[in-house]
Design a protein around this ligand. Structure first.
Ligand SMILES: Nc1nc2c(c(=O)[nH]1)N[C@@H](CNc1ccc(C(=O)N[C@@H](CCC(=O)N[C@@H](CCC(=O)N[C@@H](CCC(=O)O)C(=O)O)C(=O)O)C(=O)O)cc1)CN2
Ligand code: MET
Ligand SMILES: [Zn+2]
Length: 751
């Protein structure tokens, strides 16, 4: 037994599960049919892993929405508002994930947050005072049995008790310390049920251990497992960590009675050193995460073997650095890319084979695959762009500094724009309805001309501009109909990118992304958005907001190069976007939004590394994009998942004039932090949650605005939704936005 998989993608190689689930949402597919699609997907995943010769195959890594939510449901950590809905169990589960609005009730969704440093999102479990932990292992057991019936023995996966406790939001009086014992009891019961089922191994995912841990975190971790592990009977427990190293608890955890410990050698900068210093116990298996689970480049076998050689050979299991859910299914679904490019990529399926190769080289001295791999890495992959490299090298302090000061610009712009108090706007995209996507698909297939494609999108823009004017928005947007995705779209237009046809990765629920691949040096070789913005501005006298994605987000939502630094790639992208910003300005666009939705994503998980490893270049990269615009041009930015309470000075240092961000799913707690930090950037905290199809009432929005006004001065406040509206339906968007404008107008009248 020498190879292991932490988790596998689940949306389906052709996104079968995504499409089936969306049909189920629209009541076009029965629950039984949806379950059948799910079972087929699980079966395909297990059989792929088995065929590749993987020894430890994951189960219960499947999910209809999110595995953290699954684990919460398995423990009955389900707030009363969902328990009380008169709907089926699966619908209750989806109600917690997406909100629910029907005769059965009207409830908001759970909060959704980024899963550590990835573009995957998990649902934040809520523990209210009525919550009573009760075990329901139906899902885990039936999936285990399903695999067994196929002749495949799996290791079921759950989020571990420490990480789950740290992720839960306690919404009542109950606190973490009150439920710690119940958690131990519940996980003990899990172990005893699994023992009865004769499950050999259970994988408990504890990525919560890779943060900087406090004394009390360490105490909590030790207390939980010291109590839990004696209950494991015949079940072996694998403690699986990923997304970094566990330097704060390593010496403790090797003394606990785990049967296996999974460590990340890719993102865990200190993992190898920890083992050198403290050793690794002979009675445990070391699951070594040496194949990158997040990026799509081929593994460098020579380098990996050098790591493996330092590890205890008899205890070793070769694994990936994290679940493969963060990479696409297979390069074989990309027949249009030349072999010369594809041979440098390994998606999930190819990574299974890499584990097998490494196993055969390491244990059986099989050299053919090693030789081939060495040849691949010795070959020249791409031709650099000298001009871009020189531009980056020549950058100096002034390139990163916008003049005049923020306060001077604020005064100048107030004068020019003459906006009402609480100006209203949206974040950029309007619904990407079936006809919008169909139009793009027809164009991509060559069924319609470029002109017909553009005309269709222009008609959409025209309709929505009219609608925005009629409803009374102050700053209008063109709607982003030309975009498949806010990053992939720009990737396709920039030089230096490679993009795929089918390389989808789950972002949240049924929503997927197809990250473009940074292949070489990045350069702007054509305008990216000018025509769309200029056309939209020609239709209205109101200011039209130009719409771009910022360099940090473009980089973070791409598969990045591994041969140069993230900083170097980001600065190249920043120079490209800067050219576009200046081009928009030249063409009469007076307000430009530069989205940095993913600014926080690659913030190191350990606070000690925040500045030196990330913020010190990411924030300047954003400033580089807009530093050269005139003081009269208003620069907006937008961020999702307002988890930037702890980096507020850095957000102000982006030196945008206005920022909109997600706030409504997080109890507006961000606003206290803005106030406490004397935040100067004008802000638009989202007044309703766009990730849910429910329509907020006028009154509901008014309450939110009033609450915001107690924390943000009216002169600095903008009113907008949380995020773009591309995932929503037209009816709900119109109703919600009409309510938003109405709510704002009523409040303006009494300000
Ligand atoms: N990259 C990225 N990350 C992000 C976000 C984001 O916008 N982009 N937003 C945040 C939330 N995450 C999100 C991730 C994805 C989507 C989303 O809407 N994804 C769409 C796909 C968007 C897309 O690329 N569409 C393409 C291709 C659509 C498609 O599947 N076409 C079908 C046919 C048409 C159809 O039936 O829909 C095909 O080619 O076969 C297009 O419009 O051209 C989806 O999963 O459905 C939204 C939010 C955080 N992370
Ligand atoms: C995920 S952030 C989205 C920003 C983009 N401008 C939009 O409205 O869709
Ligand atoms: Zn957003």
């Amino acid at each position: 037994m020498t190879t292991s998989i932490i988790g596998y993608p689940r949306i389906g190689a052709q996104r079968e599960l995504k499409f089936a689930t969306e049909k189920f949402f629209k009541k076009e597919l029965s629950e039984a049919d949806l379950q059948a699609v799910a079972a087929t997907q699980r079966q395909a995943n297990w059989q792929k892993q088995a065929a590749a010769g993987i020894d430890f195959i994951a189960s219960n890594d499947f999910s209809f929405y999110d595995t953290t939510l699954d684990t919460a449901f398995a423990l009955n950590i389900v707030p009363k508002r969902y328990q009380e809905l008169a709907v089926s169990p699966l619908e209750r589960y989806f109600a917690a994930a997406r909100g629910h609005q029907s005769e059965a009730g009207d409830v908001k969704a759970l909060a959704m947050k980024k899963w550590f440093n990835t573009n995957y999102h998990y649902m934040v479990p809520e523990f209210d005072d009525g919550t009573e932990i009760k075990l329901d292992l139906t899902k885990l057991l039936s999936e285990y049995r399903e695999a067994l019936a196929l002749g495949i023995t799996t290791k079921p996966v759950l989020i571990g008790p420490f990480t789950l406790l740290k992720l839960i939001r306690f919404t009542g009086q109950t606190q973490l310390s009150d439920v710690q014992e119940d958690f131990v009891k519940a996980y003990s019961e899990i172990l005893s049920v699994l023992a009865t089922e004769e499950v050999a191994w259970l994988q408990l995912d504890e990525p919560g251990l890779v943060f900087d841990l406090t004394e009390s975190d360490i105490h909590l971790f030790k207390a939980i497992y010291t109590a839990l592990l004696p209950q494991k009977q015949t079940v072996k427990v694998l403690l699986q960590t990923y997304f970094g190293d566990v330097r704060d608890v390593y010496s403790d955890l090797i003394q606990l009675d785990f049967d296996g410990i999974g460590l990340d050698f890719v993102e865990g900068r200190k993992t190898a050193e920890l083992i050198q210093t403290h050793g690794f116990p002979a009675d445990k298996k070391l699951f070594a995460g040496v194949v990158n689970g997040k990026n799509i480049w081929r593994n460098d076998y020579q380098k990996t073997l050098e790591i493996l050689q330092t590890l205890p050979k008899d205890s070793l299991i070769i694994s990936t650095s994290c679940s493969l859910q963060h990479v696409p299914y297979t390069v074989s679904a990309e027949p249009e890319l030349p072999q010369d490019i594809l041979r440098h990529f390994a998606f999930a399926e190819e990574k299974l084979l890499e584990l097998k190769d490494l196993n055969d080289i390491f244990y059986h001295g099989q050299v053919d695959s090693l030789t081939a791999n060495q040849a691949l890495f010795a070959s020249e992959r791409y031709q650099g762009n000298q001009a871009v490299q020189a531009k980056v090298a020549a950058l100096g302090e002034a390139d990163f500094t916008r003049t005049p000061t923020f306060a001077q610009r604020e005064a100048i712009q107030k004068d020019i724009f003459q906006l009402p108090k609480l100006p209203t706007t949206t974040i950029g995209s309007f619904p990407q309805t079936a006809d919008v996507r169909k139009n793009r698909l027809s164009y991509k297939r060559g069924d319609i001309t470029k002109a017909a494609y553009d005309t269709f999108n222009q008609e959409k823009t025209k309709e929505w501009i009219k609608w925005q004017e009629a409803v009374g928005f102050d700053i209008l947007v063109h709607g982003e109909f030309e975009r498949n995705d806010m990053v992939e779209y720009f990737g396709e237009k920039l030089d230096g990118y490679v993009f795929t046809k089918n390389a989808w990765v789950q972002s949240y629920g049924t929503r997927c992304v197809k990250p473009p691949i940074v292949w070489g040096d990045i350069a702007r070789v054509q305008p990216l958005s000018v025509a769309d913005s200029v056309y939209a501005q020609s239709l209205t006298d109101k200011p039209l907001k130009g719409m771009l994605t910022g360099p940090v987000t473009i980089l973070n939502w791409s598969f990045p190069r591994e041969d140069i630094s993230l900083k170097a790639s980001t600065l190249q992208i920043a120079l490209a976007i800067q050219e576009e910003v200046l081009d928009l300005e030249q063409n009469g666009i007076k307000i430009i939004q530069i989205d940095e939705a993913a600014l926080r994503e690659k913030l190191p998980l350990r606070q000690t590394d925040w500045n030196s490893e990330y913020l010190d270049w990411a924030i300047p990269a954003f400033r580089l994009v807009h530093a050269k615009v005139a003081p009269e041009t208003q620069i907006h930015t937008h961020m999702c998942y307002s988890e930037f309470t702890d980096i507020i000075p850095a957000i102000d240092a982006m030196d945008a004039d206005v920022i909109s961000f997600e706030a409504s799913r997080s109890d507006l707690s961000i606003l206290d932090a803005l106030q406490a930090n004397g935040f100067r950037t004008q802000s638009g905290p989202g007044v309703y949650d766009i990730h849910s199809p429910r329509i907020p009432s006028v009154e509901e929005i008014q309450n939110v605005i009033r609450q915001i006004l107690t924390k943000v001065p009216a002169e600095k406040l903008w009113i907008n939704p949380d995020c773009g509206l591309k995932t929503r339906g037209v009816t709900e968007v119109k109703a919600s936005l009409e309510n938003l404008v109405k709510a704002t107008q009523d409040i303006r009248a009494v300000l």
